[in-house]
Design a protein around this ligand. Structure first.
Ligand SMILES: Nc1ncnc2c1ncn2[C@@H]1O[C@H](COP(=O)(O)OP(=O)(O)OP(=O)(O)O)[C@@H](O)[C@H]1O
Ligand SMILES: [Mg+2]
Length: 328
């Protein structure tokens, strides 16, 4: 197991009280797999990923839990150790490439900077600075080619605004890959792109996973994307996992009413007569959450017992767990 998160809690103070953005998250990622985290807007997906790099924005704070990476609890590491780890062992690709790339530096130089920070290329003759620089440039061109940026040598000195959205996202992936990370966190890496480019970027992530064995956590609100590009899936709601299991199982035999609802709300081209069933209601207020199932107000199977008792995950099949009273 590469990553093992236990009972993680992240809170934001606000004038109305504590916002429980992540509320007891437990999940794990195996070496070499693509794990999908799906859930509606506000369910705590981004805060969960940021926690794994200890980058939760202030005044937010990780208040309890464990994040074990290769057996070491990251919450116990020093700030210096975390800086060494970021971009090297664990790296992250964000949703909006334009806000992550620096507009005033050439794209190639930004990828080179990622190599330099971690001292990944060492010059053989230390007194020749140009030697190291040449090797770095070579590696950058290699990375650019790997992520599918055409004519890397011509584009090395171009600025982010000269890149299309899809090419910018590829450049960010190249930066994320520079340190040859064991774990790549991708937070909605394709939502800002149109569907054809989206498919290409997801294919690229897939190839990286297959060729380098990089473990990937793919966060998406799109269950269709998760169904196609992940091996295992975690369904989050109100900062908590409601169901997890092999992707195939979750798509074919979803156990939790929430997962069933998500699947029924995917429009299908081949089946236009079937009405899309939206899940009624909205995500609950994360400040005053009553104990019990956070989904009960929107659930068509809700019973009185759903409120008041905290439910553990229940194993319904090997590796397939669900947090729902229907399975007790
Ligand atoms: N700076 C903040 N102050 C207060 N609450 C915050 C802050 N940032 C996030 N939150 C709360 O934390 C919760 C989880 O946010 P998060 O960004 O992780 O959701 P998400 O699942 O990534 O949603 P999306 O799909 O919209 O990206 C949200 O309900 C949000 O209101
Ligand atoms: Mg998010």
């Amino acid at each position: 197991m590469l990553l093992d998160v236990k009972d993680l809690r992240v809170q934001f103070p606000s004038s109305r009280g504590l916002v429980k953005a992540v509320n007891g998250l437990t999940l794990s990622a195996n070496k070499g797999e693509i794990l999908g985290i799906v859930g509606e807007s506000g369910s705590g997906k981004s805060m969960s990923l940021l926690s794994m790099l200890r980058l939760v924005p202030k005044p937010g704070e990780i208040v309890s839990g464990e994040i074990n990476f290769n057996g070491d609890n990251l919450l116990k590491k020093s700030d210096r150790e975390m800086r060494m780890l970021r971009g090297k062992d664990i790296s992250m690709v964000f949703q909006d490439p334009m806000t992550t790339l620096n507009p005033v530096f050439p794209v190639g130089e930004q990828i080179r900077e990622a190599l330099r920070i971690h001292g990944l290329i060492k010059g053989e003759r230390k007194w020749f600075f140009s030697d190291r620089k040449d090797r770095e440039r070579e590696r950058v061109l290699e990375l650019m080619a790997e992520v599918g940026i055409p004519s890397p040598d011509l584009r090395y000195l171009e600025y982010p605004h000269q890149f299309s959205g899809g090419m910018q996202q590829r450049a960010l992936i190249a930066i994320a890959l520079a340190g040859e990370p064991q774990l790549l966190l991708a937070d909605e890496p394709t939502t800002a792109l149109d569907v054809t480019i989206q498919a290409q970027i997801l294919e690229l992530l897939n190839r990286i996973n297959e060729e380098h064995g990089t473990t990937i956590i793919l966060v998406t609100h799109d269950l269709g994307v998760a169904a196609e590009f992940t091996h295992r899936m975690v369904v989050m709601y109100a900062g908590l996992v409601l169901e997890q299991g092999p992707t195939r199982t979750l798509v074919e035999e979803p156990a939790h009413p929430y997962t069933q609802g998500l699947l029924n709300s995917i429009p299908r081209i081949e089946d236009r007569r079937k009405k899309i069933e939206a899940i009624p209601g909205t995500v609950p207020d994360l400040i005053n959450m009553p104990p019990g199932c956070p989904f009960h107000q929107r659930c068509k199977y809700a019973k009185r017992e759903c409120i008041g008792t905290e439910l553990e995950m229940i194993e319904v099949d090997k590796g397939h767990q669900v947090r729902c009273i229907l399975y007790t």
